[in-house]
Ligand binder design. Structure first.
Ligand code: HEC
Ligand code: HEC
Length: 212
């Protein structure tokens, strides 16, 4: 990265933090969604994310069991156009902040469901080493169960995990605090593939440590 693009990146990270200051600076922040209202609003999401947030589409993540702050922040990012996807843009365009909190509460209340994809044991073992080297489970917690605003990775296809890691590295996927953009920079494409196998191997259905 040139000094200029580093500077632009730092500025973009600051701007994104500023946008989220009311919610992101407080570790105590919790959303106040109504899961029952969210269940009704989530009917529009079923064609792509599956019934009760359990997706079978490889490119559409499962939402069941996701930590609510993450779901809420992502909906916010899609609506603000900071995270871009042609299918999600129309799905969030008319959502209010309360809708987003209700949806986040609803999906968090559904049990997480792993994809049970076949994985390559040698690649998963190499992925474990890469995960340890980059402290992936320090933030995502053991088994990638999620924590506060850090997403659970259970129920994501390997294809999706790999695509997101490539996106953070290429900076085509913006993240709200810069943690993943920074983490992804030193990863090689082989690391990314191995990490995809490792996530398939260990993504857990254990409850997240914090329901925030
Ligand atoms: C027409 C298909 C479609 C519909 C309808 C749709 N989504 Fe999505 N959604 C996607 C796809 C595809 C992605 C992955 C985007 C990417 O690759 O960045 C996604 C991503 C997401 C994410 C990010 C999850 C993560 O793990 O990062 C959230 C949250 C989400 N959708 C919520 C919703 C909600 C809530 C609704 C209903 C109000 C909805 N979506 C409706 C296709 C859809
Ligand atoms: C410093 C904390 C931190 C570390 C270390 C970290 N992550 Fe993350 N990760 C996050 C946060 C925060 C997000 C949500 C960012 C956003 O807004 O997109 C995230 C998002 C992700 C996503 C996208 C999930 C989705 O549903 O779209 C994947 C995949 C991921 N991380 C994998 C990894 C892997 C693999 C590693 C290790 C190489 C790692 N993370 C290391 C904090 C971290």
């Amino acid at each position: 990265m040139s000094p200029n693009s580093r500077m632009r990146h730092a500025l973009a990270a600051l701007v994104s933090l500023a946008l989220l200051v009311p919610v992101a600076t407080s570790a105590q922040f919790s959303i106040s969604g109504d899961a029952a209202a969210g269940r009704r609003k989530a009917e529009a999401c079923v064609p792509c994310h599956g019934p009760r947030g359990k997706s079978t589409r490889p490119d559409a993540p499962s939402l069941a069991g996701q930590v609510p702050l993450y779901t809420y922040f992502q909906l916010f990012q899609f609506r603000a156009g900071r995270r871009q996807n042609a299918e999600m843009a129309p799905a969030v365009a008319s959502l209010s902040d309360q809708d987003m909190q209700d949806l986040a509460a609803y999906f968090a209340s559904e049990p997480a469901s792993p994809r049970h994809e076949a994985f390559d044991e040698t690649k998963a073992a190499a992925g474990r080493l890469a995960s340890n080297a980059h402290a992936c489970e320090g933030c995502h917690r053991p088994g990638f169960a999620g924590y506060q605003h850090v997403p659970r990775l259970t129920g994501l296809s390997r294809e999706y995990v790999v695509a997101q890691l490539r996106g953070y590295k290429a900076q085509t996927r913006a993240d709200y605090d810069g943690a993943m953009t920074g983490t992804a920079q030193p990863l090689s494409d082989r690391d990314i593939e191995n990490l995809g196998h490792y996530v398939s191997a260990v993504a857990t259905t254990a409850p997240a440590e914090s329901s925030n």
